[in-house]
Design a protein around this ligand. Sequence first.
Ligand code: SF4
Length: 413
Amino acid sequence: MSIEPQPAFKKLESSLRLKQLMASHFYELDEAARRGSHKIAWCSSVGPAELLRSLGFLVYFPENHAALLGATRKATDYIPAANAIGYSPEICSYLTSDIGACIMGETPLSRAYPGITRVPPPDVLVYNTNQCRAVKDWFQWYSRKFRVPCLGVQSFRQMDEVTTLHVAAISTQLQQLIPPLQEISGTRFDIDRLRETIELSRQCSELWGQVLETAAHRPSPLTFFDGTIHMGPAVIARGTQSAVDYYIFLLAELRQRIEAGVAAVNHENCRIYWEGMPIWGKLRELAALFLRLKTCVVASTYCNSWIFSDLDPRDPFESMARAYTELFITRADACKERYIKQMVEFYRIDGILFHEAKTCPDNSNSLYGMPQRLYQQLGIPTVVIHGDLNDLRLFSEEQAVTRLEAFIEQVQG
Ligand code: SF4
């Protein structure tokens, strides 16, 4: 009896460079925290990182740490510690696992980066509620714990159209952050430095967008699962030259793959769109499942959410305000549906998978009939899988696999 070999993952060569970039990011923060050489700002993932960098802060992103807790499958060890101090099991499992890890004095950074024993303590926390209210509650807990200021931008939500009034209001809030941040950093605000940082962020965004667009090629040189790993620099290092250099390198590798006819998924015969959060602790299993099904998850809302096309150094505050307000997550369903339709056409998608993440309703778009509406409008199958970003107790792998196998069979006709 012959045993069919399991299809192999095709690791990108850029992964080594990515590891080095991530390591320097965390070692730089650790060193700054030890020596007190730089002030450290904690920032929400779609917060005003450019403004913080221009004021000389090193920037740390708790959501990136929380994703690491999920990917290393430690999140469920820590969530109960946050539940015990009153943070419900129903709310964001990034928040509960991250706060829980802090209460228990642990971090996966110690394992990944020898010599690092703790996350770098903040001098200030800065959020933007564009993605949800959880980031504010999350950061306020740390603000009380470390006795440091927590500042933020209150964003608009559920907009069909982003108007000049929305942009002006957010731009004003961003400018109002300058005096307190100057005082904390001890650095005078310099508009030219902000312009330079925005220009680097813009380049990073543009390159990241081009990286993702390579998946429009058939067969695709990368998958959504690659994207969730390689998006790291767009999150934690946008506004720096190292992020720009990284994406130049990655883009070249992907273009080479296209030229050489290398497919991320051998015999790709089905192309899927992933809507919603990743299931961090199951990335490998899900990637293997799709490989086996000869299906490539070619595009996602999640990875595309770090393309900030509006950033423009000539108009720093308005462009930041627009870039951080026009996000998919802040928009009304009609606008989200138009966006997904464009993605379906551009990437030649055969079916849409909605991940309904129990503790992140803001990133779960299957709750109000969107899969059914898109099915009617686009005529391609949709499926909903129930799970969570970090709390694996809310995800049944067996059920998801059965549902996905049936779904792919339906898509492949
Ligand atoms: S968007 Fe979702 S995952 Fe992200 S912080 Fe908010 S609730 Fe948590």
